[in-house]
Design a protein around this ligand. Structure first.
Ligand SMILES: Cc1cc2nc3c(=O)[nH]c(=O)nc-3n(C[C@H](O)[C@H](O)[C@H](O)COP(=O)(O)O)c2cc1C
Length: 221
């Protein structure tokens, strides 16, 4: 699989088989991803990869926190006011996801149930929780994102599927405490990792993109 093929094949998978993910595969990928670029080569990313019983224990803690009404979000996933075209793209994304699942606009219960699947990592047997020192700025958050995409493409090449999950920011404090991540770090996101369930309807989703002219201009060429 070359890079173009990995970019084209990668998509967010939201239903996984229970097949465990071997540590040596994940470790090799993360070892390769160390060579992602970052401003000043500061490499601001950190991660904890969790599977098996420790993952189940963590998910139980998060579920208990949610049931107790604990809201421990550490950063806003989106600006308070998100105008078009960005809001329109978000709406389109929701329409594509719920459309694939056959969930109508009015069915808030089913939509919430799908959202809540975030906090079981979509049943992935492995979740990588990414964190970054709290004082880092937007440039270092961008570095983390570049590294995350490197990881996702290498996973694709290895036959593993992923779903980046900003939703974990909502359980950020619970996850940090449970994993022993110091409070001078922010839980940036999770990455659900595993083998895609080929029969799951949700995995049929193919998201659209804005045309190139909407986001890029060329000058002098
Ligand atoms: C940083 C980041 C956070 C995301 N958070 C979530 C999330 O919490 N839950 C979810 O279902 N998808 C999440 N996604 C997946 C996006 O919805 C998905 O990338 C987008 O709709 C494009 O679809 P594709 O990944 O299948 O190409 C996230 C993606 C990124 C890059």
């Amino acid at each position: 699989m070359n890079v173009s093929e990995a970019v084209a094949a990668r998509r967010s998978v939201r239903a996984f088989l229970p097949t465990p993910v071997a540590r040596n595969i994940v470790e090799k990928i993360l070892d390769q991803a160390r060579f992602s670029p970052s401003g000043g080569n500061v490499q601001p990313w950190n991660a904890v990869v969790v599977a098996g019983e420790p993952l189940q224990q963590l998910l139980r803690k998060v579920a208990d926190g949610i049931a107790a009404g604990r809201t421990d979000s550490e950063y806003a996933s989106y600006p308070d006011a998100l105008p078009d075209p960005w809001m329109a793209r978000r709406r389109q994304n929701a329409a594509e996801l719920y459309g694939t699942l056959g969930i109508g606009r009015e069915n808030r219960e089913a939509r919430h149930a799908q959202t809540a699947r975030n906090w079981i990592g979509f049943d992935a047997p492995c979740i990588m929780f990414c964190h970054i020192p709290r004082f880092m700025g937007v440039a270092q958050w961008a570095d983390l994102g570049i590294w995350l995409q490197t990881v996702m493409l290498l996973m694709e090449e290895a036959g593993l599927s992923t779903c980046a999950q900003g939703a974990w920011s909502h359980g950020g404090v619970t996850v940090r405490e449970a994993l022993g991540i110091a409070d001078d770090h922010v839980l940036a996101c999770g990455l659900a990792i595993g083998y895609a369930d080929p029969d799951a309807i949700v995995n049929r989703l193919r998201t659209s993109r804005a045309p190139l002219e909407e986001t890029v201009r060329f000058l002098g060429m």
